[in-house]
Every structure is written in structure tokens, then in C-alpha cells.
Design a protein around this ligand. Structure first.
Ligand SMILES: [Zn+2]
Length: 275
């Protein structure tokens, strides 16, 4: 999404991007989902990227959504997906869009900082180059995915085979990686929590005793704040936002440093709360 679960490995050289008409897929349920999504945000675009094949040995993200935070969502998917996979991937992205615009489960971003002290400035710029984007996107993806797999299956009879296959593949890649910064380890803990909810026991794929403290902090906090979410338990927007803030606070962050996007017009002039 979102620059989602499926996100960013579509950035190879010279992509050929063409508009795509999903009626070509002749899937009534996908069209119904598209039309439902269009009730909540206008001009959802679908585009096909035709530049590359599958990549081995790295995370695979053959579909993503751009512009989700600025009311201009554009879904892009890789042309090597077959028909069933295209339906699966586009439906997945549409559900992310629906969760943001219909249910108010928005993305979270770092707030432009109002500096209080030289230490604040130092901390802010020290952290800028770390893996913040990946961590914050993963936070929302993990929450959305608790809901959207069953949502697609029960409402639209679309089974997320592609997403679950990619998730298993990408989790194995993530487990092999190591970055010393907290945000990367928090993201890994989130993905492990998602694995437990969507696939099953993590003990089958990792050694719990070898995971660092930050991994378990994120895993346990995600279980505490997001563990009850699902298709039949979609949280109200404010409850969701409070749970995300609480999750971040458990990890040592201040809620005033974050904001949800897209920004509502009523929020645009609000100063961050001091907490
Ligand atoms: Zn996703």
C-alpha cells in the first residue's frame, strides 16, 4: 500500500508505465470494490509497469499505491502478474485505500519538527536517515493487514494467495537482514507479529531466543494494541489513532512528533499537542 506491504521494489531503470482498465480482468467483485472505493476518494488510477521481471533474493513488492496521503491514489502493479494475481494485488491495494478513506485508518508520518533545544535538533537530524519510513509504513500495513485479508475474502470472495505468498517470501528476506538502528528492529518485530496473525507460529521460522530487545518490544506492543483488530473488529478512527500513538509511546517515542496523513482540513492549523 500505502507504499505498502507490496511497496517499493518497482524502482528499476526506465519503467514503462501505462494506464490500465480493470474491466479487462472481467472480475465483477473487483469492479464492485473499485466502485465502492470511488465513493470515498475520487480519481483512483490504475497503472501497469512493464519494465521488469521477478527479482530473486530480495523483497518482492509487485504492486503499490502512490499518492495515498494526498488524496490522489494511483495503484501500480507489475505486468508479470497473471490475471488472478492482478486481481489479488489490485484488490489488496484498493482495500488499503478504502481503509484510509472510508474507515479513517490513515498513514502515520513524522511531524515537521518545531525544535525546542539543540539536543532536539541533534536527535531529529540524527534520526532522519534511519529507517523511519519503512517502520512507520510497516506499522500501518500491519494493522491494515489484520483487517483486509478477511475483508476481501468475506465481502468480495477474493482470497489473498499472492499477498500471503509474498509475505512469507519477504519475511524470510527480512529475517536475514540486520540493521543496528531501533526502527529496523521494531519493523522486524511488527512483521513477526503480522506473521503470527496471518500465517502462524513464528517459532517455526525464527529462534525467539536470538531476537534483540527492540524486536520483542515492538512485537509485544503490537500484540497489546493491535491484537484485537480484524474484519469484524475494525476500530473507529480515533481509537485506531490512539492505539498507534500508544504503540509508539511504548517504544519510547513522543506522540507530538507524529501526525496522521492525509491531513484533514480541520487539522491543518492545529499545533501539535504537548504530551
Ligand atoms: Zn498491503
Amino acid at each position: 500500500m500505502c507504499d505498502c506491504e507490496f511497496a517499493s521494489s518497482m524502482n528499476s531503470s526506465m519503467p514503462c508505465i501505462v494506464p490500465y482498465d480493470i474491466s479487462e480482468l472481467e472480475c465483477e467483485t473487483l469492479m464492485a470494490l473499485f466502485l465502492e472505493t470511488a465513493l470515498y476518494v475520487q480519481n483512483v488510477r490504475i497503472e501497469m509497469v512493464t519494465n521488469r521481471g521477478k527479482q530473486g533474493g530480495q523483497e518482492m513488492h509487485p504492486a503499490t499505491t502512490l499518492g495515498l496521503t494526498v488524496y490522489k491514489p494511483t495503484i501500480r502493479f507489475a505486468s508479470w502478474l497473471d490475471r488472478e494475481q492482478r486481481i489479488d494485488a489490485i484488490a489488496h491495494e484498493l482495500l488499503h485505500i478504502l481503509l484510509v478513506y472510508r474507515y479513517g485508518l490513515r498513514m502515520i508520518d513524522r511531524r515537521s519538527h518545531h525544535f525546542g533545544s539543540s539536543q532536539d535538533i541533534f536527535d531529529y537530524f540524527l534520526n532522519l536517515s534511519k529507517h523511519w519510513k519503512y517502520f512507520l509504513e510497516q506499522t500501518v500495513n500491519t494493522i491494515h493487514h489484520q483487517i483486509l485479508v478477511d475483508y476481501l475474502k468475506e465481502e468480495y470472495r477474493i482470497v489473498s494467495n499472492l499477498q500471503l505468498t509474498l509475505f512469507r517470501h519477504n519475511f524470510r528476506i527480512v529475517l536475514k537482514s540486520y540493521y543496528p538502528d531501533k526502527e529496523s528492529q521494531y519493523a522486524k518485530g511488527l512483521i513477526a507479529f503480522e506473521h503470527k496473525k496471518l500465517v502462524g507460529r513464528i517459532e517455526n521460522v525464527i529462534n525467539p531466543n536470538q531476537q534483540p530487545e527492540f524486536f520483542w518490544m515492538a512485537y509485544c506492543s503490537a500484540q497489546k494494541h493491535f491484537g484485537g483488530y480484524g474484519f469484524h473488529a475494525i476500530p473507529p478512527s480515533l481509537t485506531y489513532e490512539e492505539s498507534v500513538f500508544s504503540f509508539l509511546e511504548d517504544l519510547g517515542y513522543k506522540r507530538r512528533d507524529f501526525r496522521f496523513v492525509p491531513v484533514k482540513s480541520s487539522e491543518s492549523s492545529i499545533c501539535p499537542r504537548e504530551v
